[in-house]
Design a protein around this ligand. Structure first.
Ligand code: ATP
Ligand code: MG
Length: 252
């Protein structure tokens, strides 16, 4: 199917003897926002990290099943993992900027990808900051230490940094959970803007946020994908009792 960007079939993930995901089959649509919800430890982060092979770095990691992006098996032996991570960017709960200037943070990944020309790098910095809706705030602060920015600005800078290498997919693991309501709504607006150009997966513990920002919602429980539906359906008429209990706050 043309509009399917990410496809998993019977995906199971293990860390030594711990099973983090159990037979997850899902089809994530391109240029849509998909929320991943579920109680702590249900496998949300493990799922995101499977999609850009970040789990490969974890001790005892094993996976079974299939993960395809644009129809390509990303666990195939001849996949270039560095290139994959360029296409599938990630933003974490806490900003993980380097203690360097704003500018250096933004050009780090492009430079790794062999872009050296100063004009080209300047262009990338402006483009990615504009897309991450932070350009006006930092265009005069490019030489400041990135860690001096406010938490909300740091988080948008992390998004800009992820966008600096032109990804297709953006994975966001609780991107706004450490932020005040105004910074949170800026991130939410940004996510809405970005879906024109990117396929976005957002892990969130905030049900109102999932309802506001996403087209589709996936509810995970104990490593299984319990329900995956249009967000409006999940929040008004979930098919599964566990989903209903979770979104109404009866457990989790
Ligand atoms: N690197 C690892 N080594 C061992 N076990 C892990 C590792 N990463 C995750 N797990 C285990 O896998 C399961 C799923 O963890 P995961 O971090 O994906 O949950 P989560 O849904 O993101 O939870 P939270 O909402 O608390 O962030 C848990 O039992 C966790 O302890
Ligand atoms: Mg997590």
């Amino acid at each position: 199917m043309k509009d399917v960007k990410i496809y998993t079939e019977n995906l199971s993930v293990f860390f030594d003897y711990i099973q983090a995901l159990n037979n997850v089959s899902i089809q994530i649509k391109a240029n849509r926002v998909t929320s991943i919800i579920g109680p702590s430890g249900c496998g949300k982060t493990s799922f995101l990290r499977t999609l850009n092979r970040m789990n490969d770095l974890m001790h005892g990691f094993k996976m079974k099943g299939e993960v395809k992006i644009d129809g390509v098996d990303i666990y195939d032996d001849n996949i270039d993992v560095v290139n994959l991570r360029k296409l599938v960017g990630m933003v974490f709960q806490k900003s993980n900027l380097f203690p360097k200037s704003v500018y250096e943070n933004l050009i780090f990944a492009p430079k790794l990808n062999n872009i050296k020309d100063k004009n080209k790098l300047d262009e990338i910095v402006e483009r990615s900051c504009t897309q991450a809706s932070i350009w006006d705030e930092i265009k005069d602060r490019l030489n400041d230490n990135a860690l001096n920015l406010s938490a909300g600005q740091q988080q948008r800078l992390c998004i800009a940094r992820a966008l600096s290498v032109n990804p297709d997919v953006l994975l966001m693991d609780e991107p706004a959970s450490a932020l005040d309501p105004i910074s949170t709504s800026r991130i939410e607006e940004l996510i809405f803007e970005l879906k024109k150009d990117y396929t976005i997966l957002v892990v969130t513990h905030n049900m109102q946020q999932a309802a506001r920002i996403s087209d589709f919602t996936a509810f995970f429980y104990l490593g299984q994908l319990v329900e995956f539906e249009k967000t409006t359906k999940i929040f008004t008429n979930p098919s599964n009792k566990q989903t209903e209990d979770y979104i109404t706050g009866r457990f989790g």
